[in-house]
Design a protein. Structure first.
Length: 146
């Protein structure tokens, strides 16, 4: 998908944005998830059961507006968080050994905001990946790609 959707907001904020600036532009809940690697409670996020409108759209980083996921990559995995099977090349992966297990954390390449975790080998999709993303980390921008 082209990332030139005219409806996309301007990307703002990046790796050089200070924590004080993030605290000003994000709600306390968004800050907790995006900057402190928190997790929203399962089944409570606005995009968990979200279905895109017919014109489609893009999910962008709630912190900096960088495009992350095409609406077509979203699927219902039943995990309690929005699930995607592929990103737009704008997501970084980091091994996360917290909680006594190995997981792969996903973050926004532009600002480093915590998105969630990616799980592989479950067989849900053709890509064999499930990006389990916090709704507080993303926002949907409707509109066709240009």
């Amino acid at each position: 998908m082209s990332m030139s959707n005219k409806a996309l907001p301007e990307i703002s904020g990046g790796m050089d944005t200070t924590e004080a600036e993030w605290k000003q532009r994000l709600t306390s809940e968004e800050y907790h998830v995006l900057r402190q690697k928190g997790t929203e409670r399962a089944g409570t996020g606005e995009y968990n059961s979200f279905v895109a409108p017919p014109e489609g759209g893009v999910f962008v980083c709630r912190a900096c507006n960088a495009p992350l996921y095409d609406y077509k990559s979203k699927f219902n995995s039943g995990c309690g968080w929005p699930a995607f099977d592929d990103d737009l090349g704008t997501v970084d992966r980091h091994v996360d050994n917290s909680f006594g297990m190995k997981r792969v954390e996903i973050t926004c390449k532009n600002c480093g905001g915590h998105l969630g975790h990616v799980f592989e080998g479950e067989g849900f999709t053709k890509t064999n990946e499930r990006h389990c993303v916090n709704s507080l980390s993303i926002k949907f921008v409707p509109g066709p790609a240009e």
